[in-house]
Design a binder for this molecule. Structure first.
Ligand code: NAD
Ligand code: MG
Length: 396
């Protein structure tokens, strides 16, 4: 199988290449992309010998070219270095590529991820923001092009594995009562509420169970990550908001569950390591070694469950509200969240200010329908502009 990995230098990208390296007879890398981490990308190019590598800027493209020059002379490595957003979409659509791992973080991942869907690729979808922003457009274009969507987000991958094998987006026909999305609760699940205003970026990105990129780590701390995942599940499985329930499960061993009309509840379990869903989606419908050790239930010993506290995690409530509001609300929510998380990481916004900024942004951006990609990108632009404006007016 020939692969493009969008966001190869990130947490999911690195885990993907780890699985790929275990099966050289099975996978071939055609293109790798990284935004600014040129040294990491250079090492990946030398190891996986892709035909194309894409970085963000012309300066970084030059730097990558010179880093690869010696290896090229010695070993005949010929990686064509490209840069910019159009190049991302280009390597996602190459005719020789069978599958695309969509692992760019945030709204920047939407255009190339959608391009891969439109090209009818097997699409390994980690970039949840693409679905949150553009769910309706995305799903209809993927369906029209015959793209095979395989969720990488551990919860959605677990649901996919627990669904009827012929599930066609109809919960009633599938006999499905509810989708139960598990959440670890992040680093602040049990922190006294009066300590939350003083939480630092370092504390927020130190996730107790998963090692991930900075943005999704902050999203996990606010539980916006779970909110985005509720919206993601809505689109992937055609499930209404009131059939998707979030369950806090601190051990992160059950990755999600499907509750059936007959009382059966099917779940997928495993050690919290993204190489499991990645290997699942790479090989589906077969199974391959992912490098993840076998789950030892005797060490796990206990599985606990709690109802999420919406006063502690207002972002989860905001996401449900955006999903129910339909139209552009989820795209605006996502845009405001990206602005808020960046501001928090830059110490320009306190932790509790993240939810406030998103709520204020949703209040000022007018509702609109999202018939096509242009409307989605406009909603993203309006959400970002409004959030930046509100942020600028906050007292320092
Ligand atoms: P990360 O920050 O570790 O990596 C992000 C990747 O995107 C990097 O390769 C970076 O170079 C690239 N990138 C960043 N900005 C870009 C831009 N403007 N243009 C092009 N490329 C850009 O993030 P991650 O943790 O690997 O997450 C990637 C995606 O997968 C996110 O959407 C996240 O929600 C999702 N996801 C991650 C995990 C996880 O365990 N890390 C789990 C589930 C879902
Ligand atoms: Mg997840």
């Amino acid at each position: 199988m020939k692969l493009t990995v969008l966001g190869a230098t990130g947490s999911i990208g690195v885990s993907t290449l780890d699985v790929v390296a275990r099966h050289p007879e099975r996978f071939e890398i055609v293109a790798l992309t990284g935004h600014r981490q040129v040294d990491v990308l250079a090492a990946q190019c030398i190891k996986f010998r892709p035909a194309f590598a894409v970085v963000g800027s012309a300066v970084d493209a030059q730097r990558l070219t010179s880093l690869l020059k010696d290896t090229g002379l010695r070993t005949g490595l010929r990686t064509e270095v490209l840069h910019g957003a159009d190049a991302l979409a280009q390597v996602a659509c190459l005719p020789e590529v069978d599958a695309v791992m969509a692992a760019i973080v945030g709204a920047a991942g939407l255009p190339p991820t959608l391009a891969a869907a439109r090209a009818g690729k097997r699409l390994l979808l980690a970039n949840k923001e693409a679905l949150v922003m553009a769910g309706a457009v995305f799903m209809s274009e993927a369906r029209r092009a015959g793209a095979l969507l395989l969720p990488i987000d551990s919860e959605h991958n677990a649901i996919f594995q627990s669904m009827p094998h012929n599930y066609a987006g109809d919960m009633a026909r599938g006999g499905i009562r509810r989708i139960l999305l598990t959440a670890s609760g992040g680093p602040f699940r049990a922190t006294p509420l009066d300590l939350l205003p003083g939480v630092t970026p370092e504390q927020a990105v130190a996730h107790p169970k998963w090692s991930m990129g900075r943005k999704i780590s902050v999203d996990s701390a606010t539980m916006m990550n779970k909110g985005l995942e509720v919206i993601e599940a809505h689109w992937l499985f055609n499930a209404p908001a009131d059939r998707i329930e979030v369950v806090i499960h601190p051990q992160s061993v059950i990755h999600s569950l499907v509750d059936y009309e007959d009382g059966s509840v099917l779940a997928q379990l495993g050690n919290p390591d993204m190489r499991t869903p990645i290997a699942h989606a790479l090989a589906w419908p077969e199974r391959i070694d992912s490098g993840v050790p076998a789950l030892d239930l005797f060490t796990v010993a206990q599985l606990n469950f709690e109802r999420p506290d919406l006063a502690r995690f207002p972002c989860l409530d905001l996401a449900y509200r955006a999903l129910r509001a339909e139209g552009n609300a989820a795209a605006v929510l996502n845009a405001a969240n990206e602005v808020a998380v960046t501001a928090f990481l830059d110490r320009r916004l306190p932790f509790l200010g993240i939810a406030d900024l998103i709520a204020a942004t949703l209040d000022v951006v007018p509702q609109a329908a999202l018939p096509d990609l242009d409307a989605v990108l406009e909603a993203d632009r309006l959400g970002r502009a409004a959030a930046i404006d509100i942020l600028a007016r906050l007292p320092a």
